[in-house]
Design a protein. Structure first.
Length: 356
């Protein structure tokens, strides 16, 4: 059962964590305003406050949550050790293992909150934030694509020479249907226009159907058809992965793999990152507690310095390993979990060394 000392540590942990987030976010807002001041002056004040900052702050806080966790643990644990409170706890018969319990409970609370935010809350908020960025700061939308080829369903291959998202129109379209390796029909059209919910309209089309040595030809000016593809399947922007909830992201990755689309590394990395960052809360909490539980000469400055170095190195290492997946050296799963594996080894070493 949890005791009074456990609630004391949990309160200190969570209080320091949220205070550190609030402080860093205030500084971040100041720098962000200074950097984008010209864009903010052109945008309506209401849109800047509610569409951008209201959605930017949770995104930034969640992105750097491992850093805030580490800083919080290092700061308040060093203070406890400096006041000889850690020594008093251990002298009263509390083992170092038992002392870790409130830390792990606090880490679980923060990890659960971050996981829920990153999977279900922040992605819809990112839709509004990124739309604001594209409108008033810098447009990063992808509105054009060329030489598009993808599998609509097994045995059905679609091709477009060019697609313009401004008018939802593709040019020089073809649709090939196969049975095994045998071509059964081929539709070609000068234009194809997307309506909604997989509804497309082809213009100036020709359909060739093959039955053995016989060929049937059908032509027309306009034809409505259903194709289970959407412009979002091939118009992929840099931030698209951040605007999907985890279930949507998983479904999108599976669908794109089935269609033979190769340019989905960013989506796979984002999917694995959300789980890896959740596990990081426990790893960094263990490292921070083991480092700062010992009372050292000179106060907590050394512990905070070491903590900042390790936390920044973790974030940097995560960024570097993600490039391994992009280049194809490793899978996204391996790339995003490499830092966790290495820092878990560090955490186990420090945890075993700390009681001595």
């Amino acid at each position: 059962m949890l005791k009074k000392i456990d609630f004391y540590i949990i309160r200190k942990f969570l209080g320091t964590y949220f205070f550190a987030i609030a402080l860093i976010l205030l500084i971040t807002v100041m720098f962000d305003i200074n950097e984008k001041l010209d864009s903010f002056l052109k945008a309506p004040l209401k849109a800047t406050v509610f569409d951008y900052f209201f959605n930017f702050l949770p995104y930034f806080a969640n992105l750097f949550s491992p850093l805030f966790i580490f800083i919080a643990v290092i700061f308040f644990t060093s203070k406890l050790a400096d006041n000889s409170e850690i020594i008093a706890m251990l002298s009263s018969g509390i083992s170092f293992k038992r002392l870790m319990l409130p830390y792990m409970i606090s880490a679980a609370i923060i990890a659960s909150l971050n996981f829920y935010l990153s999977c279900y809350v922040i992605p819809p908020a990112n839709v509004t934030r990124i739309e604001y960025m594209n409108t008033y700061v810098k447009n990063k939308r992808v509105d054009y694509a060329s030489n598009i080829q993808l599998q609509v369903e097994p045995g059905v291959i679609a091709y477009m020479s060019r697609f313009d998202n401004s008018n939802k129109t593709g040019y020089r379209f073809s649709l090939d249907k196969f049975e095994g390796k045998v071509l059964k029909s081929r539709m070609t059209a000068q234009k194809i226009t997307y309506d909604s919910a997989y509804h497309w309209k082809v213009q100036d089309y020709m359909i060739r159907e093959f039955k053995g040595m016989r060929e049937t030809l059908t032509q027309g000016t306009s034809l409505d058809t259903i194709l289970t593809i959407e412009p979002s399947d091939f118009l992929i922007s840099k931030n698209d992965s951040e605007m999907m909830t985890t279930p949507q992201l998983k479904k999108y990755i599976q669908r794109q793999k089935e269609r033979g689309v190769a340019n989905i590394k960013d989506f796979e990395i984002e999917y694995e990152r959300r789980y890896a960052m959740t596990a990081a809360a426990f790893i960094l909490t263990t490292i921070g507690m083991a480092l700062s539980s010992r009372k050292v000469k000179g106060g907590m400055g050394l512990n905070i310095g070491i903590g900042l170095l390790l936390s920044f190195s973790y974030i940097l290492f995560s960024t570097v390993t993600s490039t391994f997946a992009v280049s194809g050296l490793t899978s996204p799963l391996v790339a995003m979990w490499i830092p966790n594996v290495i820092y878990t080894i560090i955490a186990i070493y420090l945890y075993r060394k700390a009681p001595k």
